[in-house]
Design a binder for this molecule. Structure first.
Ligand SMILES: [Zn+2]
Length: 127
């Protein structure tokens, strides 16, 4: 609902943890929450199950309306989100671990920590 999470759009533009906003599943240029919910072919089977329960209008307002209208619809949306996000999360974690394991990345992280420690010391010494 906020668009925050395991979506290329968010990970690139906001969290700055991905080099592009594209979809790792289908190659679409902008992987938003709405792309994941409505468009991405990778999630067609999960989407069919969801649409069978709440209908074909997957706009945010319709999905929220469906969720609030019955417990079954709520569960259908939760099931879709849990299954899709868990399948998107696993490869993202592997990509991030591969990046974090890189020796240059580790050195940069160490420098940032040292700079942060230096700033804290400077603040403490100025009082
Ligand atoms: Zn996609």
């Amino acid at each position: 609902m906020t668009g925050h999470g395991c979506f290329g759009h968010y990970l690139h533009r906001v969290a700055r943890r991905e080099p592009t906003p594209s979809c790792h599943e289908c190659g679409a240029v902008d992987d938003t929450a709405q792309h994941t919910l409505e468009e991405c072919r990778r999630w067609d089977p999960q989407r069919r199950t969801l649409v069978a329960e709440i209908g074909g209008d997957l706009s945010l307002s319709s999905v929220v309306f469906a969720m609030l209208s019955s417990e079954r619809s709520w569960e259908a949306v939760v099931d879709f989100c849990e299954e899709v996000i868990s399948q998107k999360e696993a490869p993202r974690r592997m990509r991030e671990e591969a990046v974090n394991a890189h020796p240059l990345r580790r050195r940069r992280g160490g420098r940032r920590r040292r700079e942060y420690a230096a700033r804290l010391l400077a603040l403490g010494g100025g009082g």
